[in-house]
Design a protein around this ligand. Structure first.
Ligand code: GTP
Ligand code: MG
Length: 444
């Protein structure tokens, strides 16, 4: 269809014409500026660095204000990110600034996973933006864009080399965010050591394939300053909240018994260079790079994961409708398969439980039968014992009656003839037939 259109309407060649006078579209850049100023800007900074390395102080120094700060302790179980958003205004320009801090970074004994919460945070901001873009009723104009535009990576001023935590973290982040490495608390390291440290850091970054943000040199207006500033990376910075009067100007300083370090003095540290590059020259490039490079990569991977492509295997434009249908079918198939698996599992579980119950029932029945047998045997034995006891009792009673009869006879005889006495004595233990116990009598 598209090919036929092209055949019918070939693209016309462009011709250059002269205007007879001013018509007004040269004000388009001004219109854009005015619209952007009305809309306001947003800028999101991620500060990655160990606890107490000077993140908050540097932010306060950079924006010449005092942001809220809660000191972190060194006993966090893991790393988490703390975003805070502020509305700032300079002249007529409104800036919605979000500063994201890493809390607990570098404090754990096992630091293998320290980079993960940072990566997850960056990805989830991309995901929020993508979800907004994919909505039918998009509201990107009003949407608070929280994608991270710059990651300031704070390096401890050891003078030795980068820690493996720094290398691993920067490597994991470099495809997701613009990274500017900075040497924090640069006032604590001598000038000679600092120069060597900078060279060491850059060579370690290069040998480990870590891509840091390079100030762009394609725009003529800033090419010169940017290319000269690239040579100063990583910036060695000093931050302070203390201000003293130098001449008739209040300046931020760090005071020591042997002298004063001025934060904004270029011969003392690179703070001014950082502020110049970050806020005054390249802020828009950082925003743009975030959108066209890092977010684009995230978006592409995500959409490919979801099955969307630009072209099909025959290099023809891929239909969104077809992709959707195919994905839907795949999803429904998956769902049915899972449902069937769950059903089978349920049936086999029920069968298993049923068999277990039957086995238990059989065991109980056997036990009952055995107890019943034992009980009957016991009963039989008791019955026999009872009979024996009855017999014994009968015999005893017979003997008792005989004895009583004899006793009575002997008492009678003693008063009549002595001869009969002997005869009775002889028969004492042979019971007369009339002395048996009545047969129905028992112990109970
Ligand atoms: P958490 O948020 O608690 O992780 O700390 P943080 O990284 O925000 O550090 P913060 O800015 O609170 O500074 C910690 C300490 O370091 C404070 O005592 C600061 O005065 C000091 N500090 C900050 N910046 C510098 C610096 O450039 N040089 C020196 N020597 N000390 C600094
Ligand atoms: Mg802090």
């Amino acid at each position: 269809m598209a090919a036929t259109d092209v055949d019918i309407f070939p693209i016309e060649e462009k011709r250059t014409l002269d205007l007879g006078g001013r018509v007004g579209f040269d004000s388009l850049p001004d219109q854009l500026v005015s619209k952007s100023v009305t809309q306001g800007f947003c800028f999101n900074i991620l500060c990655v660095g160990e606890t107490g390395i000077g993140k908050s102080t540097l932010m306060n120094s950079l924006f010449n204000t005092t942001f809220e700060t809660d000191e972190a302790n060194h006993y966090q179980n893991g790393v988490y990110l703390r975003p805070r958003t502020y509305e700032l205004q300079e002249s007529s320009v409104q800036l919605k600034l979000t500063i994201v801090d890493t809390v607990g970074f570098g404090d754990q004994i096992n630091k293998d996973e320290s980079y993960k919460p940072i990566v997850d945070y960056i990805d989830s901001q991309f995901e929020n933006y993508l979800q907004e873009e994919l909505k039918i009723q998009r509201c990107l104009f009003d949407h608070h864009d929280t994608r991270i535009h710059i990651c300031l990576y704070f390096i401890a001023p050891t003078g030795h080399s980068l820690k493996s935590l720094d290398l691993v973290t920067m490597k994991k982040l470099d495809s997701k965010v613009n990274i500017i490495p900075i040497i924090a608390k640069a006032d604590t390291i001598s000038k000679g050591e600092l120069d060597k440290f900078k060279i060491k850091i850059m060579s370690e970054l290069v040998s480990n394939g870590v891509q840091i943000y390079q100030f762009p040199t394609d725009d003529e207006a800033v090419a010169e300053i940017n290319s000269s500033m690239n040579a100063y990376l990583p910036f060695a910075v000093v931050g302070s909240t203390e201000e003293v009067k130098v001449g008739n100007k209040l300046v931020r300083v760090r005071q020591y018994p042997w002298g004063v370090v001025q934060v904004e003095n270029e011969s003392h540290c690179d703070f001014v260079k950082l502020r110049e590059m970050l806020l005054r020259v390249n802020m828009e490039d950082l925003r743009e790079q975030t959108h066209v490079r890092h977010y684009e990569l995230y978006r592409r991977c995500k959409l490919e994961e979801m099955g969307f492509k630009d072209t099909d295997p025959d290099s023809k434009p891929f239909s969104l409708q077809e992709t959707y249908e195919a994905k839907r079918k795949e999803f429904l198939g998956d769902l049915q398969r899972k449902e069937e698996e769950m059903r089978q599992m349920f049936v086999s579980k029920v069968k298993e439980t049923e068999a277990e119950l039957k086995e238990k029932e059989r065991e109980l029945h056997d036990k009952f039968e055995q107890l019943k047998r034992l009980h009957q045997e016991e009963k039989k034995k008791m019955e026999e014992k009872r009979r024996d006891l009855e017999d014994d009792l009968n015999a005893f009673n017979r003997k008792k009656m005989a004895a009583e009869t004899l006793q009575a006879q002997s008492l009678q005889g003693s008063s009549q003839q002595p001869l009969k006495k002997d005869k009775d004595k002889k028969n004492f233990f042979s019971l007369p037939s009339s002395c048996s116990l009545p047969s129905g009598r028992n112990l109970n």
